[in-house]
Design a protein around this ligand. Structure first.
Ligand code: SF4
Length: 447
């Protein structure tokens, strides 16, 4: 083999080092007079968030067509999630082409985009309620629990996996949304003390951005005081959709910093997990927020969701990965879309997930490369996309096991029907045939 002396490495481009820093919100008629200082104010962002269809029309004025507004209104009859969008995200949407915009798709659904639900969709697709020994926690993995202290978020994602709980009832789904309550958390802390195998707690929901500084401190200190708890992760989409809070809500920031410092002094990890799904979400504001967190030594990891029309192409996923790496967010996971109602238009096939991961791997360092996973319907936990036992690609049926989470159980994940061949789509239309196909796939997997 010839040794190359001077290798010209191929870099896709250096676009990932460029960050939008213009006053983009001034393109929104309702915010054309908002100066940078006001836009940076976390209180203003929260107060000015879009929560109703009428507000969309009000801030956009002539920028939005009647047809689009009608389509947005139609979407409200179908979507499992309420509208809540920060001005930051709302003004990053390309309002000259809102139909194709990845941010509009994530936060402002159109009636025309919905597809019929998959027959095996479930409100609680990941079977979290079954794995909940005490209200507000999910205990699935031997040493880790998910703690859900709140069911509100600074934005509502149309594709939320917990749409059965998060963000208040919609026309399509009644919900048991709950707010933060210290009294309800005592049984959680008791459970964690009693189960000494648990070392790792993810504080999610909902979104940790919506916990008060007092709640952040109370939860953090209560967990740090439990000897077996070694790792705490505050989960928030906030850095992606509301970086101004990191920059100007000093009381909240100080609470996180304090828990991190106190954890560090005890030899325990306190980190943030966030959720950027599109490179468009990453601007100079995100970079500034990350500079503050990084300077305080707070590690941030990212969990994206693979979404059709948002990030399901190699170029976008590579750009997202490299951009995150540049601002010191570690790209940790990319999830296959969960099988929840109202989201079929977002889903990709397992094969697409596998191929995108193959293409992303090698474009940057391994520790900065996300692992693509499928969170198994029925509660098998996260499995690497290529670790299925059997995959019938013609009918879009994959068969899985989860030896450490649910030994002896078999799980299935299904590709979106509209992406299958016409013949396979017909087979899925026949209830008896569909059951037989699933049984056959399980048999072929050796179970
Ligand atoms: S921020 Fe997370 S919990 Fe909240 S709506 Fe989005 S996906 Fe759901």
């Amino acid at each position: 083999m010839t040794k190359k002396q001077d290798v010209e490495f191929h870099l896709p481009s250096l676009e990932h080092r460029q960050f939008r820093d213009d006053e983009f919100w001034k393109e929104i008629p309702g915010w054309e007079n908002i100066d940078r200082e006001t836009f940076a104010d976390a209180k203003w962002q929260l107060k000015s968030s879009i929560r109703k269809v009428e507000q969309v029309e009000k801030v956009l004025g002539d920028k939005v067509s009647k047809e689009l507004m009608d389509d947005i209104r139609a979407g409200q009859h179908i979507t499992p999630m309420n509208i809540r969008i920060t001005p930051y995200v709302f003004s990053l949407i390309d309002w000259d082409n809102p139909i194709d915009d990845p941010l509009r798709k994530q936060f402002l659904p159109l009636g025309s985009q919905f597809l019929p639900d998959h027959p095996y969709d479930m409100g609680d697709s990941l079977a979290e309620d079954v794995d909940s020994p005490v209200p507000e926690i999910v205990h699935r993995y031997p040493d880790k629990v998910l703690f859900l202290p709140i069911t509100i978020c600074p934005v509502y994602c149309s594709y939320c996996t917990r749409s059965r709980l998060i963000g208040g009832s919609t026309e399509a789904i009644p919900k048991d949304t709950y707010g933060a309550s210290k009294a309800k958390w005592e049984p959680v802390f008791e459970y964690l003390k009693k189960h000494k195998a648990i070392e790792d707690v993810v504080i999610s929901g909902g979104d940790a951005f919506m916990l008060t500084p007092e709640h952040i401190l109370h939860i953090g200190r209560s967990l740090l005081a439990i000897p077996n708890i070694r790792r705490i992760r505050y989960a928030t989409k906030g850095i992606a959709i509301f970086p101004q809070k990191i920059l100007t809500d000093d009381a909240w920031y100080e609470a996180i910093r304090t828990v991190h410092q106190e954890g560090k002094a005890m030899g325990k990890q306190v980190v943030i997990h966030t959720h950027f799904s599109s490179p468009i979400e990453i601007t100079r504001w995100s970079q500034l927020a990350m500079e503050r967190l990084f300077s305080d030594g707070i590690i941030v990891r990212n969990q994206a969701v693979l979404q059709a029309g948002v990030n399901d192409d190699v170029e976008t996923m590579v750009l997202l990965t490299r951009k995150l790496g540049w601002i010191n967010v570690q790209p940790y996971y990319v999830y296959m879309f969960d099988m929840v109602p109202g989201c079929e238009h977002f889903r990709t096939t397992l094969r697409e997930g596998i191929e995108i991961e193959k293409a992303v791997r090698g474009t940057t360092s391994g520790f900065n490369t996300p692992t693509f996973v499928c969170d198994l319907p029925g509660g098998g936990g996260k499995r690497h996309v290529a670790s299925y036992e059997y995959y019938d690609e013609e009918n879009g049926i994959s068969v899985w096991t989860a030896p450490n989470v649910k030994p002896g159980e078999v799980f299935t994940y299904f590709d979106p029907i509209h992406k299958l061949s016409v013949e396979a789509q017909k087979r899925w239309g026949d209830e008896k045939l569909r059951k037989l196909m699933v049984e056959e796939a399980i048999k072929k997997a050796g179970f």
